[in-house]
Design a protein around this ligand. Sequence first.
Ligand SMILES: O=CCCCC(=O)O
Length: 451
Amino acid sequence: MYTVTDPATGQLIEEIENATDAEVREAIERVGNGYRRWRDRPVAERAAIVARAADLFEERADELAAVMTLEMGKRINEGRGEVGIVVDIFRYYAERGPDLIADQPLAIRGGSAVIRKEPIGALLGVMPWNFPCYQVARFVAPNLVLGNTILLKHASICPRSALAIEKILHEAGVPDDAYANVFASSRQVPMILADPRIQGVSLTGSEKAGISVAAEAGRNLKRCVLELGGSDPLLVLDTADLDETVRTVATARMRNCGQSCNAPKRIIVQSDLYEEFVDRFTKRVADYYVPGDPSDPSVKLPPLASVAAADEVAGQVARAVEQGATLRTGGRRGEAAYLEATVLTDVTPEMDAYREEIFGPVAILFRAESDDHAIEIANDSPFGLGAAVFGTDPARLRRAADRLEAGMVYFNKSGGSQADLPFGGIKRSGMGRELGPSGIEEFMNQKSIRL
Ligand SMILES: O=CCCCC(=O)O
């Protein structure tokens, strides 16, 4: 069942039946048959359609933000911000896409060749609830410009976002056999991947979902991009302005109610700053991140996306405390899907919280005795999505960046996607890249033509 439940009140608003197997098969057939027609249209036409989609997303930013607030509790202003990134992504691929997929001449021994950049077919996208519009955009925009067609299975708590996105794409001129939303269940994903018309899958989601989709993709020899969890480290090596660093780090951790794969979930602070940092950070979190109605633009801490998500995170916090961590602030569940913003310290490698991802408004602070120690703690994780280093000495920042096991490193800033910068991780954070030039290459046939 796809459901709309307001996480701020717990009220069930709408239920939508899952698609039947016959409906899923019909959708596969549609995007499978539509592939050659879409691929054969000139790239300039596909890019113009993607540019029109950008305009429509921009026009409907308020409407989309309101849908996200209702479905998964996103703060209304963050929803508008998310749609802003979506617009950038569609515009980036509309403008840069045609060049990114132009023939690439290659001098080779004994002659010359050209790398022709072609689409591969119909693709499946399996998308999560934390950024209902952005996650779809970074998969869909490059692939539509390239000439692939798309079957989209959105998260079961975001059916209205899924339909609003489909409507925009169709109104922009994407034919309904080039993009189709399907309310499939996770159990129908293997059947979709087994179909010969589907050539690849992109999943953003949990490690568990990644393992199951990767296994099906492997069994069926389908290409796959996985953007999974993270427990990103943020290193504070030194600072010229502690209050500003504290504010920036707290904002990064609490953004989207802490439900970002690339949020800085482990904050590692040099020992000479540690005590002061912990005090000021705890005060900032306790005073500023007061829970409230996500549709009120002045509210800083919305509910989590669902009661189940809030229960899970509250359970992780309780277990950490049982295992010996210090709870500096927060930790209590509120009504519906609310959970107080939380700060934990004294988390040790023996505790579950040391290694697992905590997908909610919970910051864990660690003390490091040196840069090397900070890097050692940062790398002691099964994940490798992003990392951030804060400091004033460019040489120390660069040295840390060289040694951090992560797909992305940011200096004096934490995460924050941008259309032209590749995004992705290593280790258990997944494989492949989205956004930037790399994002259009994942489902591309780089055909070698020996002239
Ligand atoms: O959950 C991952 C999405 C990242 C969003 C962002 O960087 O803005």
